[in-house]
Design a protein around this ligand. Structure first.
Ligand code: ZN
Length: 92
């Protein structure tokens, strides 16, 4: 009979844990809904790899991990990196 009572206690603890998770999950869902930032409110800023100016991620030109403020700076940065790689190896 003692064994049966311990099983009942474990079952009650599991049920309590599930109740807690359900309440926490509901609270988190409500927080996410109310904490959702409106469009244009707080946008992540990206730094131009060429001139260093900060631009909103929606206006920045992104290629992989690099970002630029305009197409001219993106092209200039690509030309510079291409020249650097060409001059790097003096084999021939
Ligand atoms: Zn720039």
């Amino acid at each position: 009979m003692g064994k049966f009572l311990s099983w009942v206690g474990i079952a009650a603890l599991v049920w309590l844990a599930f109740r807690l998770f359900a309440i926490l999950g509901r609270k988190r869902a409500l927080g996410e809904r109310t904490g959702n930032a409106p469009r244009g409110g707080s946008e992540p800023m990206l730094q131009c790899a060429r001139c260093g100016v900060f631009v909103p991620s929606s206006e920045a030109l992104v290629d992989g991990k690099r970002a630029w403020c305009c197409a001219a700076h993106r092209d200039a940065d690509r030309d510079a990196s291409r020249d650097a790689s060409r001059n790097g190896t003096g084999r021939g």
